[in-house]
Design a protein around this ligand. Structure first.
Ligand code: SF4
Ligand code: SF4
Length: 164
């Protein structure tokens, strides 16, 4: 057993204290402050674009959970009119297969992560809940959106061992 010279342990402890005392603060005071999520986040909601959706139901077939529901009627030009578009977010595993499968890029991940509800029924998102101008779209599988989104907070660049 080797003995350290007296005071080495104390100096090592003080070094750790000063190292952490002087680094940039990374704690956020939630809920007053909120983190910016990754640009490509698969957060807890899907966003649907009614202007792009053709009602083809490819997303429904891609979903391993079977929790997307699309009902259509036939429009005047023999096109589909989407009557119902629903996602049961209580059963959704946010795998992204529906987003990837959509041939018209009408389905996106949203960026909201505070989606707790008091009952499971409130987790069923309908057409109105899934669309709207206030919905923030994630760049997951939609790289065109990437540059317009804010940078993630607490992003760690491991290459430089630096937290920004
Ligand atoms: S993210 Fe996955 S589980 Fe959720 S609706 Fe899409 S395909 Fe289904
Ligand atoms: S795959 Fe896309 S276009 Fe087809 S029904 Fe689903 S969201 Fe609409």
């Amino acid at each position: 057993m080797s003995l350290k010279p007296v005071g080495i342990g104390l100096m090592q402890g003080l070094f750790v204290v000063f190292k952490h005392a002087t680094r940039k603060r990374i704690t956020e005071q939630y809920p007053e402050e909120r983190l910016t999520v990754s640009r490509r986040t698969r957060a807890q909601e899907l966003v649907w674009d009614p202007g792009l959706c053709t009602g083809c139901a490819t997303c429904v077939k891609a979903c391993p959970q079977g929790n997307l529901k699309v009902t259509t009627s036939v429009g005047p030009n023999n096109n589909y009119i989407v009557e119902k578009f629903e996602n049961d977010e209580g059963r959704c595993i946010f795998c992204g297969l529906c987003v990837e499968a959509c041939p018209y890029e009408a389905l996106f991940f949203g960026r909201r992560y505070e989606r707790s509800q008091y009952s499971r029924g409130e987790l069923i998102a309908d057409k109105d809940e899934m669309s709207g101008d206030d919905k923030e779209r994630s760049a997951y599988f939609r790289p065109d959106l990437y540059d317009d989104l804010p940078e993630q907070t607490l992003l760690i660049y491991r290459k430089h061992k630096k937290i920004i």
